[in-house]
Design a protein around this ligand. Structure first.
Ligand code: L14
Length: 332
């Protein structure tokens, strides 16, 4: 690829789409041309990027007739199923934020700190993992490499921004006493909903199964026992996760802590004496994964508990995708 690619942002008017643009601008991502695309409903609006005004065009079968090198998609699963292959066939590399392609054997599922080598294997589409999975992988990878992982129990506390602008609206209005219930089947203000994405026949939610399946795919190890309970909480930005891990090998807590502190993309915040631990509000707007409450699980042989927090719209979506695109520039 020439070192200045033509970029397309698909779903440019959405919460993640807007954050793609913010992150591209912050990181000074090189580009020749930029195309902003959205559904007919949002097409026609104007967005300013690096001082230039762009018209949002309607996404159609012909949107990729023009040369596009990298297309960042965050337009939902259905749109991605239809349009990602069209973009790829026309020569673009798609980095897709939806769940449509993640478990496809021909599609790399990438967290750049964890499995960057997968990027080069793409056949036109690369999947950005689920937001909750991304932050968990950044935290677990150094432990997996050093000690091996036998079992993981995820319990998540996920913010409403995961559901986009309507989730934010539900919480903000709900806090004023006006429950809209547009994003969720119950009020989110003052509640914890053990329900993210749809319920499946096995009793899990799709979000829970995404965390389980994507963990196996990203670590390249189906033998790890994984279970998950994913919960929506009345928080605007950042997902928090309790991660209980059973390692294969014995560990020294101080060594494990040092490994996490030295790992790429992680900031350890763990000073209980000073009431310091990762917090959603502190993580919001940041690109790192914050890890704290690092302590031995005395109930099993090689157990450790972690509290892991990251901005779900940034590292959990836009930043991770842009990091993938940056790696693409190096290899194309
Ligand atoms: O990317 O928080 O699979 O409602 C689907 C559910 C993103 C978050 C995905 C939510 C998610 C979303």
């Amino acid at each position: 690829m020439k070192n200045k690619p033509n970029l397309a942002v698909v779903g440019a008017t959405g919460l993640v789409g807007g954050t793609f643009l913010k992150v591209l601008e912050e990181r000074n991502f090189p580009y020749e041309r930029l195309y902003l695309m959205a559904s007919a409903k949002s097409a026609g609006s104007k967005i300013v990027f690096r001082g230039n005004e762009y018209l949002v065009e309607e996404l159609t079968e012909h949107s990729f007739d023009k040369p596009v090198d990298i297309a960042l998609f965050s337009a939902g699963g259905g749109t991605s199923e239809k349009f990602s292959p069209i973009a790829a066939k026309n020569g673009a590399v798609v980095v897709d934020n939806s769940s449509a392609w993640r478990m496809d054997a021909n599609v790399p599922l990438v967290v750049p700190e964890v499995n960057p080598g997968e990027i080069a294997k793409h056949k036109g589409i690369i999947a950005n993992p689920n937001c909750s999975t991304i932050q968990a992988m950044v935290a677990l990878k150094p432990l997996y490499d050093r000690y091996g992982i036998k079992r993981v129990v995820y319990s998540t506390y996920q913010s409403v921004s995961g559901t986009g602008l309507k989730g934010i609206r539900d919480l903000e209005e709900g806090l004023k006493g006006n429950d809209l219930n547009i994003a969720y089947p119950h009020p989110i203000a003052g509640n914890c909903l053990p329900h993210i994405d749809v319920f499946l026949d096995n009793g899990y939610t799709k979000e829970e199964m995404k965390m389980i399946n994507e963990t196996h795919k990203i670590l390249g190890d189906d033998k790890i026992a994984v279970t998950a309970t994913t919960v929506r909480v009345p928080v605007l930005y950042s997902h928090s996760e309790s991660i209980n891990v059973e390692l294969e090998k014995p560990f020294e807590l101080e060594e494990l802590r040092a490994l996490l502190a030295a790992a790429p993309g992680i900031v350890v915040v763990d000073d209980p004496a000073k009431n310091e631990y990762p917090l959603a509000r502190a993580a919001a707007g940041r690109d790192e994964v914050f890890v704290g409450r690092i302590r031995r699980d005395f109930s099993v042989e090689n157990g450790v508990n972690l509290w892991v927090v990251a901005d779900n719209i940034r590292k959990g979506a836009a930043t991770n995708a842009v990091q993938i695109a940056e790696k693409l520039l190096e290899i194309l």
